[in-house]
Ligand binder design. Sequence first.
Ligand code: CP
Length: 302
Amino acid sequence: QANIVSIAQFDQADALDLIQEAQEFKAGKQIQLKKPAYAMNLFFEDSTRTKTSFQMAEKKLGMQVLNFNAATSSVNKGESLYDTLKTVEAIGVNVAVIRHPQTDYYQPLLSKSNLKIGLVNAGDGQGQHPSQCLLDMMTIQEQFHHFEGLRVLINGDIRHSRVARSNAQLLAKLGAQVYFSGPKDWFDPQLAQFGEYGDFDQLLAHMDVINILRVQHERLSGEDNAHFSEESYRAAYGLTQERAARLKPAAIIIHPAPVNRGVEIDDDLVESKHSRIFKQMENGVFVRMAMLSRILRYQNCL
Ligand code: CP
């Protein structure tokens, strides 16, 4: 692949192939680059997991990683994202991993066919988060070894969530039954094509996977933030100890993190026997190695 920007690029076979390669990396597979390959991680939005995980994946693949600090870059002098990429491409960077607050920021870049640098989307506004989606699928597959018929509930702040958008799309392609719950005002009706919206308390006990979402205060409207109460949200939509007691014994909890402990999920559940939250972060490195490998193969570096 020349670029990985959206989960829409993946059909069932591609996604399973990539997860398989991630599992091989996890089992210790090593690769040898044919020539030096350079990565730059351009994060225009905050990140701990995705940025560190891509850096680790790049280093494990033997890539050289160049620093980029959005706050001190010439973007602040008005340089466009396209010109920033043409610049780092001219300097010799092979792969740019980009997180950006603008949904679909990559569309105008891809329509300019003269960009040779490989692009990996590390999250675009309320659009897509392909690496998070694929690491979530890897974590689910490790537990259940299949997707067909698996019941997956995505709960919480769906409207603002690129994770919800990516996961619902790929889970449906993989044959899982997708459900949504959370504040009705925060549901995105466009996602109804992938699964049905229902009541959290009624759905909970029948699910194999509970995908809890973070309340994204940075994306809520001023009015939503002004009226938000952590206690009310937890009472209505939070995965509390009482609710977790009704989960199927083999059900797993996933969350993209960072976690608002005590709001969308109780503190003690984050590291409980049902939780795979830190396993997701571990798997993220191997999924990102598999994603970067595809770009490196396209660039003839592998
Ligand atoms: N899950 C996720 O994208 O986390 P970061 O924002 O810390 O990268």
